[in-house]
Design a protein around this ligand. Structure first.
Ligand SMILES: C[S@@+](CC[C@H](N)C(=O)[O-])C[C@H]1O[C@@H](n2cnc3c(N)ncnc32)[C@H](O)[C@@H]1O
Length: 261
């Protein structure tokens, strides 16, 4: 199961000849964009991921957020959380998270590094969450195993049904003649977790927000992801119109959860 996941994910690699010409990291995430997402989640906390964490969290309990970014999946629980342990490979993301946790008065411990490499130096918590991270993780079984070991009560995952770069597939074909894969999906994550012996609950829903508010925003993001210079935004927007891609259909998100054994 895990081998299949790894092989399917590897298909999403960008061919060297294209990646070599990329003016910016095509996989990069901007802390500013994620900070906006967190501020929105703080202003309007909602959704099954938050509900599944909240119902398993004892009063004043602790949450471990792996791939925490700026804290969108965990900081909305500020009022009921005794401690947040936030793990991320990006120092920039953790700095944004820390400033928000301080403002909310949530005691926070940050661990900078890749999960599960930093698992040994990370304390356990009542509930562990990893939101929008698993499609970055080739070794999914090891990632989930350490997550489960670090959760006293429950593990909660949030992820898109399909790979988060799937919206770009028609543009990859248009600009590079490259056909992108259709797997893995959230159903494969469920299969990997079940193969590890977990009884996995799941809920599917429409993403709370559109991926982009404007075509210009989409164009800028697409140029980066497609390894094109920002001077090609207008060309990308024209292709989006030609391919009838706008407005982008909303993603579906899955919340998965299982109890600790
Ligand atoms: C798409 S963002 C999601 C952030 C946040 N969880 C949210 O829902 O807004 C993915 C984050 O996971 C981090 N990340 C990816 N793989 C990781 C790993 N194996 N260990 C730790 N952090 C990871 C990235 O640096 C990034 O901040």
């Amino acid at each position: 199961m895990d081998e299949r996941w790894r092989a399917d994910l590897a298909q999403w690699g960008i061919p060297d000849a294209i990646a070599a010409r990329a003016p910016a990291d095509p996989w990069g995430h901007s802390p500013a964009r994620f900070a906006e997402r967190t501020d929105r989640a703080l202003a309007e906390p909602e959704g099954p991921t938050l509900a599944r964490i909240a119902e398993a969290l004892p009063a004043g309990g602790s949450v471990l957020d792996v791939g925490a970014g700026t804290g969108a999946a965990s900081l909305p629980l500020a009022g009921s959380m005794g401690e947040l342990i936030a793990v991320d490979s990006s120092a920039g993301m953790l700095a944004e998270l820390r400033s928000r946790a301080d403002a909310l008065g949530v005691p926070v411990r940050t661990v900078e590094g890749r999960w599960p490499d930093v698992a040994a130096e990370t304390p356990a918590a009542d509930v562990a969450v990893a939101a929008h991270v698993v499609y970055n993780v080739p070794d999914l079984a090891a990632f989930l195993t350490e997550l489960s070991r670090h959760a006293r009560r429950r593990v909660v995952l949030e992820l898109t049904e399909h790979h988060p770069m799937s919206w770009l597939s028609p543009l990859w074909a248009h600009f590079h003649g490259l056909i992108r894969p259709e797997r893995p999906t959230a159903h494969d994550v469920i299969a990997v977790a079940e193969a590890l012996g977990h009884e996995v609950g799941h809920e599917r829903r429409l993403a709370p927000l559109a991926r982009f508010a404007t075509l210009e925003e989409l164009g800028e993001s697409a140029c980066r992801r497609l390894c094109l210079g920002q001077d090609r935004v207008a060309e990308v927007i024209a292709a989006v119109a030609e391919l009838d891609m706008w407005p982008l259909p909303r993603d579906h998100w899955f919340t998965l959860w299982w109890e600790s054994k």
